[in-house]
Design a protein around this ligand. Structure first.
Ligand code: HEM
Length: 134
C-alpha cells in the first residue's frame, strides 16, 4: 500500500494509525511503557502523577502531525514540540528511552509493519529536536 498511497501524503498516515481511536490506543500503550520500563523511569518522574492528560495530549498532537484533524490545537492552542520541552532536561538517554517506549507501543498496534517503521523513523526527528542537553 505504501507504494500506492505514500504515508506522508494527505491524511494517509492518520488513516494508517486507525484515526483518533487508534492514536489514543497507541498513546495509552506508549505511556504504559513509560510507566513500567526501567529505562523510562527518569521520563516518568518528569510527568505528573496522573498521566491521563498526557495520553490525550499526545494522541491529539499525533492526529494533526499525521495529517489528520488538528485536535491538539483545537483544544489547547498552537504547539511547537521543541518549545514545549524546552524546560525539561532531555539528553540522548531520555530521547532514546522515549523512542524505545514508542517502538514497543508501535509493535503492539494492529498497523502495517511498513507503517510502524515509518512512524519510528519520523518520530526520531522531533525526539532529537526535544534534546536540551547532551
Ligand atoms: C525526546 C524525549 C521526550 C521526553 C523526555 C518528553 C517528555 C515530556 C514531558 C515530561 C512532558 C510533560 C511536560 C509538562 O507537563 O510540563 C511532555 C509533554 C508533551 N510531549 Fe513530550 N517528551 C519527549 C518527546 C516528545 C515527542 C517526540 C513528542 C511528539 C512527537 C512529544 C509530545 C508531547 C506533547 C504533545 C506534550 C504535551 C505538551 C503540553 O500540552 O504541555 N514529546 N513530554
Amino acid at each position: 500500500m505504501s507504494a500506492v498511497r505514500p504515508f506522508g501524503e494527505g491524511d494517509n498516515s492518520f488513516q494508517s494509525a486507525g484515526q483518533y481511536d487508534g492514536l489514543l490506543r497507541l498513546s495509552q500503550c506508549f505511556y504504559d511503557y513509560i510507566e513500567r520500563l526501567p529505562e523510562a523511569q527518569g521520563i516518568r518522574a518528569m510527568h505528573r502523577e496522573d498521566l491521563t492528560e498526557s495520553v490525550e495530549k499526545l494522541a491529539r498532537f499525533l492526529s494533526g502531525w499525521l495529517g489528520g484533524p488538528k485536535l491538539y490545537r483545537e483544544k489547547y492552542g498552537p504547539i511547537a514540540i521543541p518549545r514545549a520541552h524546552a524546560h525539561i532536561g532531555i539528553g540522548s538517554v531520555e530521547r532514546d528511552a522515549w523512542l524505545l517506549c514508542m517502538e514497543k507501543a508501535l509493535a503492539e498496534q494492529p498497523y502495517e509493519e511498513d507503517f510502524k517503521s515509518y512512524m519510528l523513523v519520523q518520530l526520531a526527528v522531533p525526539a532529537e529536536r526535544c534534546r536540551t542537553r547532551a
